[in-house]
Write a protein that binds this ligand. Structure first.
Ligand SMILES: Cc1cc2nc3c(=O)[nH]c(=O)nc-3n(C[C@H](O)[C@H](O)[C@H](O)COP(=O)(O)OP(=O)(O)OC[C@H]3O[C@@H](n4cnc5c(N)ncnc54)[C@H](O)[C@@H]3O)c2cc1C
Length: 344
């Protein structure tokens, strides 16, 4: 086992180098906070947009239409140009009281104590395991995020004829990824009566020649080494097989709040996000949270126009909104460090 090698301190530690973490870091630095560190578990900074190989990103932030990777690069360059230190391949594994973080990096284990900590760890899609779909653990099962990371960052293709599960906006982004990688899904499944997105977005299925099956649920995945088929059940309970070589689970977002869950921080029981006040401050006032790790309850979320009312998935903010939330949290942290933030 590696020894704990260092005990460090800083003014603000930011966990996650996505749009919210990077915009917060830039704002803090510009506001004169000196000792800031951004801790990012991936080998590159930029968060989810790094592997969204499509526009539009950056309109609010840079008044330009950028692809996800170009936007991520710009966010990183902007932060670094102000002198922000981004520590890559660095995972925070524990949040302690008083801002003491446990960290694992290639250099080993270490502790870092920050006067303030910002959680900016984002969201993720619900994977197969958490959806309780039965069947073997065959090769060829992933989420949109994993697919996009394979296609756009690693030049790999996990399947050629997948079934796509879900009809959220990200499900159609998954179809575009399949098209970019030159392969064709064999079906798109939606449990509900209607797709989650409005017309004409769901017409993409027709344009791409992908059959859309409504009121159809995946019940079993068949295949030993690789996926060979899925069993689906329709509204009458009739079960049939669809031959395929992969299953792409899309959407059903959930906050990436595991760190908060195993810590002393209070979670919102409805959303599983860290509980925050109007300043973005958590139940331990040393900690703040911003970006998509903080999800509003469904009934308070602003509904994007592309979703069908009554058929809403879990709320999710886009990159520009998360970027703004990071800046807002940073401004509150600056006030707080100066002793100018009231208790709520
Ligand atoms: C599959 C998918 C596709 C999406 N597509 C779009 C899109 O096309 N357009 C759009 O506007 N939005 C999209 N989104 C929404 C996306 O969440 C936001 O655009 C934006 O990236 C959120 O910013 P964030 O900073 O809150 O989190 P993220 O961008 O998710 O960044 C969080 C960062 O925290 C890091 N992290 C997490 N835990 C730890 C830890 N313990 N230690 C260290 N680092 C950690 C992660 O590695 C990540 O880099 C998509 C989301 C998903 C999941």
């Amino acid at each position: 086992m590696t020894d704990i090698i260092e005990q460090e301190s800083c003014d603000v530690a930011i966990i996650g180098a996505g749009p919210s973490g990077l915009s917060a870091a830039t704002m803090l630095k510009k506001s004169g906070i000196q000792r800031i560190v951004v801790l990012e578990r991936e080998a590159e900074a930029g968060g989810i947009p790094r592997h969204c190989g499509h526009p539009p990103f950056g309109i609010r932030e840079y008044q330009r239409v950028l692809t996800g990777p170009a936007y991520a690069k710009k966010l990183v360059e902007t932060a670094q140009s102000t002198g922000v230190n981004i520590s890559l391949k660095t995972t925070v594994t524990m949040l302690g009281s008083g801002g003491e973080l446990s960290i694992v990096s290639p250099a080993g284990l270490r502790k870092l104590t920050a006067k303030r900590v910002l959680l900016a760890t984002g969201i993720r899609e619900t994977p197969r395991s958490a959806r309780l779909v039965s069947g073997n653990r065959a090769l060829g099962i992933c989420t949109t995020g994993a697919l996009q990371s394979m296609v756009y960052l690693k030049n790999r293709i996990p399947f050629r004829r997948p079934v796509v599960v879900g009809t959220e906006i990200v499900s159609f982004s998954a179809l575009l990824t399949c098209r970019d990688a030159s392969f064709q899904p064999v079906a798109m499944l939606e449990e509900k009566l209607r797709p989650s997105v409005r017309w004409p977005i769901y017409e993409l299925t027709r344009w791409f020649g992908v059959p859309l099956y409504l009121q159809t649920e995946i019940v079993n995945i068949l295949g030993n080494e690789r996926v060979e088929a899925v069993q689906v059940s329709d509204k009458n309970g009739k079960v049939r097989d669809i031959a395929c070589d992969g299953v792409l689970f899309t959407g059903q977002y959930t906050p990436e709040s595991n760190l908060a869950r195993i810590s002393h921080l209070t979670l919102d029981p409805e959303t599983n996000s860290p509980d925050v006040d109007e300043f973005g401050r958590c139940s331990d006032p040393v900690y703040y949270a911003a970006g998509n790790v903080v999800q509003p309850p469904c009934n308070q979320a602003k509904v994007p126009i592309y979703y069908v009312a009554g058929n809403l998935p879990n709320p999710v903010d886009n990159a520009g909104q998360c970027w703004s939330q990071g800046r807002a949290a940073a401004k509150n942290i600056v006030k707080d460090l100066a002793g100018n933030l009231p208790f709520s």
